[in-house]
Design a protein around this ligand. Sequence first.
Ligand code: C2R
Length: 213
Amino acid sequence: MEADTLTDVQDRLREEAATERPAAETPEIGIIMGSDSDLDVMMGSETGRPGAYDALTDLGFAEQTADESPDARFTFETYVVSAHRTPKLMYTYAETAADRGLDVIIAGAGGKSADLPNMTASIAYPLPVIGVPVQEKSLPSVIGMPQGAPIVAVDAGKSFNAALSAVQILAREHEQLRDQLQAYHDGLQESVATTSQDVHSMGTEAFKSRRDE
Ligand SMILES: Nc1c(C(=O)O)ncn1[C@@H]1O[C@H](COP(=O)(O)O)[C@@H](O)[C@H]1O
């Protein structure tokens, strides 16, 4: 990031924090990650596991970008922020988060020194931060907080679940989101039940060959 761009991003965050905007116009969920190399794990990829992007868009959220304010009532935003590479930006992001209208942050980072989630949690406190260790080796540094400095976290790579947890937090206030979460859960149960019925009625061999077709 160029020095000027760094300043621009921080200025924009501060300006947004200083502007009174109705709750319906601000993103409820902020997603940050240490590097754009985390994008597939954090947001999901066509070849790999689904991620936070997939979970949120399934639940009716839309992504709010600098150029586009979607019509959807519930939105999220995405930034790359690093505790180690852009400490000032991390500080500004976390410090302005509540005033910018965010209700919860999902923060993912990889490597052995995955400090973005825990540092963001400390600065944004009492705003809840859900940490996503991008790899197994990132887990201890994401969850290892001292007493009095909380973070909630999901298992390595489980950004999809982080998104569901974020929506659970929001659903305490928004009935529409409670209904969306319930519908998602009903669909999940239905799909496991269908699989169960199929494997039981077809038998293992036939089920496997149909699945591998
Ligand atoms: N763990 C952190 C932090 C941080 O915690 O501040 N910043 C970047 N990273 C991680 O470094 C890995 C490699 O990043 P690059 O691919 O950019 O070299 C990524 O998984 C990122 O989350």
